[in-house]
Design a protein around this ligand. Structure first.
Ligand code: CDT
Length: 307
């Protein structure tokens, strides 16, 4: 038996501060149409796909930044994307900044089914960067000022004929993100990212950005027997170069498709979700081979020794 899902990774080039949402939505719709022409059933857009990566600027009063956030989804300006997706009968995954009625600020991603219904919402768990202004930096990464870390954790949803999970950017560097979803039987993880090539706290990592990106997503896919779709907003945005290298990764850890430009670009792959079983029911048969009871004991023992 095969369960085929044709998925597209819709990479975005830069969104400048002067680009309004309406112009971005036009770009998203163009990628959606390309995906439909390529026979995709699901398209994945990046993290914070509607605006520039605004946490690169620090402001004294966060209330002055409300215009970067969405208070409803779809909104008037994003409705054309939802309508076109529904017309084309294609699903999508979209990252954006969310401001709730209670005033909470989250880095959010939603999964929208082919009928236009929002089937899942995920809020970023691992928020990187810093909370306060660091004026000596060439640019800020003040996500910890702009976003509350979600306490909801990682869910897995039945959609698109499989078990779908989501994570956002920095989440992909943490094995727990994949494993928590792996333990729920995830078959495809959708992940948008904005990753500056220059890592200010340790610039020796700059040349390794592409390597680390591939390393974490390929190993996370393999060790949990799942597809991973990692999608960038990259290129030079407000003077900051962002990693691209959007890719679709198989449960074997192999890269099935990868972008080659630093602009808007769609790549796609036909994913047989039943491929996951080859890993979930052999090497990574969690019920048979995982030893959670031992992991807990080892942690306690090591803690005792190190103390
Ligand atoms: N957006 C995001 O999470 N970016 C981080 C950059 C970390 S450097 C502060 C990432 O892990 O790619």
């Amino acid at each position: 038996m095969t369960r085929l899902l044709h998925v597209g990774a819709a990479q975005l080039g830069p969104i400048q501060q002067s680009d309004d949402r309406a112009s971005v939505v036009i770009r998203l719709i163009e990628l959606l149409r390309q995906a439909k022409a390529a026979k995709c059933e699901l398209v994945v857009f990046p993290e914070l796909a509607l605006t520039t990566f605004f946490p690169r600027w620090f402001v004294d009063d966060i209330a002055t930044t409300d215009h970067w956030y969405e208070t409803e989804m779809p909104s008037a300006v994003t409705l054309p994307l939802f309508l076109e997706a529904k017309r084309l009968e294609i699903g999508f995954c979209l990252g954006y900044a969310e401001l709730t009625p209670q005033g909470e600020r989250f880095n959010t991603q939603i999964l929208v089914e082919r009928d236009g219904s929002v089937v899942a919402k995920y809020r970023k768990v691992h928020i990187p960067g810093h909370e306060t202004n660091e004026p000596d930096r060439p640019f800020q990464h003040a996500e910890r000022y702009y976003f509350t870390p979600s306490a909801e954790g990682f869910g897995v949803w039945k959609a698109f004929g499989g078990r779908m999970g989501m994570m956002i950017c920095n989440d992909r560097r943490w094995p727990e993100s994949y494993r928590v979803m792996g333990l729920q039987g995830v078959e495809m993880i959708l992940c948008g990212y904005n990753t500056p090539m220059h890592y200010v706290p340790d610039p020796t990592q700059d040349v390794l950005q592409g390597f680390h990106n591939a390393l974490v997503m390929q190993s996370g896919a393999y060790q949990n027997g799942t597809f991973v779709v990692g999608v960038a907003k990259g290129g030079v945005e407000e003077g900051v170069l962002g990693l691209c290298d959007s890719s679709i990764i198989a449960p074997s850890g192999e890269i099935l498709a990868k972008t080659v430009t630093t602009g808007d670009e769609l790549v796609s792959a036909v994913c047989d979700l039943d491929w996951c079983k080859q890993y979930k029911e052999t090497l990574f048969d969690f019920d048979k081979y995982r030893r959670p009871e031992v992991y807990g004991r080892i942690t306690a023992q090591r803690g005792a020794v190190l103390d």
